[in-house]
Design a protein around this ligand. Structure first.
Ligand SMILES: *Cc1c(COP(=O)(O)O)cnc(C)c1O
Length: 366
């Protein structure tokens, strides 16, 4: 086996985490986020495991939706950023992709001529995040305009997204839930039938059980990441899905006062063994990781020392039993990704998404 970076996706952990989400969702449907290449795990690989277990998947772009359909996914697929033209809308209709309309320009662009096949559409309401979505004052008119277009399948669904659900107990989230309910009330009454609604990302699904909606949209929790600013994923019975490993390609003795790596960031306080590991920012390991970032070498906890370079990192082997060729876990089953993310002042989401194409993927066990 090569001594290079490898990524493994634990399909059982993925299934387990979906079960956790289902438990919290209750009667609501579960759509799982597989955007950004399935949070870096490989979109098709993730979809193949998840599709049988969920009500739908969602992605950011039409291109991602197309990729999913081409890989054989037959479940519902929501496209968060929606479409920018009639031809994209027709493509969505043909591929049974469900675009979200979040801006007036999209409704104008698709026109009044139908889509070839019926199109299932969603409208995004901005309840306070002030990123994408119609604001409450313009929502009703936009909704009616979209719903009035020729060629829609049923009434459009409505979704919103929370800005601070990862900080449990925030009044802002309660206010967003409130805003959602009041704003959609007129069109709900008008529709005469139940329209589909969706509010919750992972954090809201776990922390705001009364947020409501007919379906939830978890992402990070499905991949075993902690959706919250505090605590750990294990607190919610979530299991890590991604394990990123590499191997020791050398063990050196650095003399006392020897500076390790670019910029000489780490200076050996004593003569000490230093392990050289074949992974770097070219593989997606965060370049900003400081000395002390946790690493597991041959099952033993130790730390990164010295600056991360493109292809290599260096680790502290004092008090570690190790030989060249030994396995190093950067994050995964033994080393929670969130602790690495915290050390590198980022979030698990970003670390997952950044794993690069150079990393060999060990195929999922089903
Ligand atoms: C990515 C995304 C989600 C999933 O968020 P997590 O924090 O990963 O659960 C849900 N809704 C929208 C609109 C998103 O963009």
């Amino acid at each position: 086996m090569s001594r290079r970076a490898r990524m493994r996706m634990d399909a059982d952990a993925l299934r387990h985490n979906v079960e956790v989400a289902r438990r919290h969702a209750g009667a609501r449907g579960v759509f799982v986020a597989v955007k950004a290449d399935g949070y870096g795990h490989g979109m098709e690989r993730v979809a193949q495991v998840l599709a049988p277990l969920v009500d739908g998947l969602f992605v950011a772009t039409v291109g991602e939706g197309q990729r999913l359909r081409k890989s054989g996914v037959t479940k519902r697929i929501m496209v968060l950023q929606g479409v920018v033209s009639q031809s994209e809308a027709r493509l969505c209709a043909r591929m049974f992709l469900e675009p979200v309309f979040h801006h007036q320009s999209q409704i104008a662009a698709v026109g009044h001529h139908g889509f070839g096949l019926p199109l299932t559409a969603w409208v995004k309401l901005d309840t306070g995040m002030h990123r994408a979505g119609f604001n409450p004052e313009e929502f009703e008119a936009a909704y009616r305009r979209l719903a009035g277009l020729k060629g829609l399948r049923g009434r459009p669904g409505v979704l919103t997204h929370f800005a601070r659900a990862d900080e449990p107990g925030r009044l802002e989230t309660a206010a967003q839930i409130d805003c959602f309910r009041t704003t959609i009330e007129p069109i709900r009454i008008d529709a005469g039938e139940e329209i589909e609604t969706s509010l919750c990302n992972s954090a809201a699904l776990l922390a705001f059980p009364d947020a409501g909606g007919s379906m939830v949209r978890p992402g990070i929790m499905i991949y075993g990441g902690n959706p919250f600013v505090a605590g750990t994923a294990a607190d919610y019975d979530l299991r890590p899905v991604m394990t990123l490993t590499s191997r020791l390609i050398a063990i050196r003795t650095v003399p006392k006062g020897g500076a390790v790596g670019y910029g000489g960031r780490f200076v050996a306080p004593e003569a000490m063994p230093v392990g050289v590991v074949s992974i770097g920012y070219g593989d997606g390991y965060p370049r900003h990781a400081p000395d002390g970032t946790p690493v597991v070498v041959n099952g033993q906890r130790t730390q990164l020392i010295g600056r991360v370079s493109m292809d290599l990192i260096t680790v502290d082997l004092r008090d570690v039993q190790a030989t060249v060729g030994d396995l190093v876990e950067l994050w995964g089953a033994q080393q929670p990704i969130d602790a690495v993310a915290a050390a590198a002042e980022t979030i698990g989401y970003e670390l997952m998404c950044q794993v690069s194409g150079r990393v060999t993927v060990d195929e999922a066990e089903h």
